[in-house]
Design a protein around this ligand. Structure first.
Ligand SMILES: Cc1cc2nc3c(=O)[nH]c(=O)nc-3n(C[C@H](O)[C@H](O)[C@H](O)COP(=O)(O)OP(=O)(O)OC[C@H]3O[C@@H](n4cnc5c(N)ncnc54)[C@H](O)[C@@H]3O)c2cc1C
Length: 459
């Protein structure tokens, strides 16, 4: 059942008119929306789209005037492909991204397989990785959500305050013009990233640890002399480890956009007393090039051009809960892991998927249904379980594998590499099973049997 201002089962009493753009204005001039989403990142926009497909109106509040263009996620795999299929966007996302049927691990240049394309040249969803810049993925969600008429995005609207009671949640918003607004909703989804204001306003703690190294993400235009079948590769090295991947369909001998993600050593040289470089020093073009030139193959001088760069700290952190009252956390606002293996945004998208289903169920029943609170708690406990038991250990092992020992030792001693070398498909399937089988949460399992929960419709 879609929530409208006239829906007595989930009505905000003071709403006196709902526009087609996702919000309404009450007699006091306050914006009202069934669901407030804080943050127009990919997680918030996927959630908006999934809810819009079920005719649930949302207002997305984004503090910036645009989608964040910084180089971040690029790889999407496993059950995330099934989510893309269910929202009708798999073909577009797969066509725009570069397909990688596996990964390669290599040493610094002096110098496996997840799947193979079928006879039609296409991969099976869930059995390969789609490589596409996060910003483009968010843009695809944005275009599709706004064209439904059920999603309204308010740019340059920064959430600064929050209060809630048993009927509604209100946020205080600072606008670009220096003004202040109050926006009220029935539920709120905090998709506002790792520094989440909403998480702090709710008093929810993050626990875990931070890694000592920094990580430099660069988008680089270059002519690759060779594009191997597994164009995504990890460089194994105790100090200069990294990840290299195309960001579009690249061909040997032609210019294309690549992502080079590089570890920044803790110390600039072997002297243990040397001071670490400042962030500004790391981002100096000469230093960025000194790291890049260790990785880029092909003739020298290299003709590469750095088009974007951004420096990150890496963490393994989890919020103590992803639900408080009428508010939910999803994506980086709830959990952060190091980027090796591309698990962060994929997990956030699967949070968005689970939360969309949770809210869809909530809007199909009475707000006083006693089964709702246990369902809301279940969203939090299930998604936290996935992070703590699957994503945290997998992503930590992915990172340590790249730099834990000398490359020739790692290849003989690491359990994953030795399993790859044995090449037993059943053994490899067993290794990946916890990730692929447990990553996505079907919230319908936790709702009493016999209740009608409608499938989302493609826009
Ligand atoms: C180098 C790098 C590579 C990565 N590679 C991968 C990968 O290949 N695959 C993968 O799955 N993950 C990857 N990740 C992780 C991925 O980038 C994050 O998990 C992802 O950005 C999380 O998305 P999000 O929508 O939760 O948050 P964000 O993308 O951070 O979006 C949050 C949004 O909220 C807005 N906001 C913040 N505060 C407020 C406020 N108070 N009011 C209103 N708006 C607000 C922000 O402006 C922002 O637009 C990578 C990360 C890095 C750094």
């Amino acid at each position: 059942m879609a929530p409208h201002a006239s829906d007595s089962r989930h009505e905000i009493p003071t709403a006196n008119g709902t526009s087609t753009d996702g919000s309404s204005t009450n007699a006091n001039g306050t914006d009202v929306a069934p669901v407030i989403i804080v943050g127009a990142g990919p997680v918030g926009l996927l959630l908006a789209l999934r809810l819009a497909m079920n005719q649930i109106r949302t207002v997305v509040l984004e503090k910036e005037p645009w989608l964040n263009p910084l180089p971040r996620a690029i790889g999407y795999h496993g059950p995330v492909h099934n989510v893309f299929e269910e929202i009708g966007l798999y073909d577009q996302i797969a066509a725009e991204g570069m397909a990688s049927g596996g990964y390669a691990w290599r040493k610094l240049p002096t110098d496996n397989s997840m799947g193979k394309p079928g006879p039609d040249g296409k991969f099976t969803p869930g059995h390969y990785s789609i490589q596409l810049a996060q910003c483009r993925l968010a843009e695809i969600f944005l275009e599709n959500a706004t064209k439904t008429g059920f999603t309204k995005v308010l740019w340059e609207h920064e959430v600064t305050g929050l209060s809630q009671d048993e009927h509604q949640v209100s946020v205080k918003v600072a606008t670009a013009s220096g003004g202040e607004k109050v926006i009220r909703g029935q539920y709120l989804a905090a998709c506002d990233g790792s520094r989440s204001t909403v998480r702090k306003l709710l008093g929810i703690r993050l626990s875990g640890h931070s890694w000592p190294e920094r990580f430099l993400a660069t988008d680089v235009l270059r002519v690759a002399p060779v594009v191997p079948d597994f164009s995504v590769h990890f460089t194994v090295d105790e100090t200069f480890w990294g990840v290299v991947t195309p960001l579009e369909h690249v061909e040997a001998g032609k210019q294309g956009l690549w992502r080079y993600s590089l570890a920044v050593p803790e110390k600039p040289n072997d002297d243990i007393n040397s001071a670490p470089l400042t962030d500004e020093q790391v981002l100096e073009p000469e230093y960025v090039d000194s790291l890049l030139l260790r990785q880029i193959d092909g003739p020298r001088p290299s003709s590469h051009v750095v088009v974007r760069k951004s420096l990150y700290k890496m963490h393994q952190l989890l919020a103590s809960t992803m639900h408080r009252g009428r508010c939910f956390l999803a994506g980086d606002s709830a959990h952060i892991n190091n980027p090796i293996g591309g698990l962060g945004l994929c997990t956030g998208l699967l949070d968005g998927d689970a939360l969309a289903r949770t809210l869809q169920i909530a809007f199909s029943t009475s707000p006083s249904d006693p089964n709702l609170e246990p369902l809301f708690n279940r969203y939090s406990t299930e998604r936290r379980w996935v992070f703590q038991n699957v994503i945290h250990p997998f992503s930590s092992a992915n990172k340590i594998r790249l730099h834990g020992a000398k490359p020739d030792d790692v290849v003989r001693e690491d359990w994953y590499f030795t399993a790859l070398a044995r090449g037993d498909p059943k053994e490899l399937q067993d290794i990946h099973r916890p990730l692929y089988a447990q990553w996505r949460t079907d919230m319908r399992k936790f709702w009493p049997a016999g209740t009608d929960v409608k499938e989302p419709k493609a826009p």
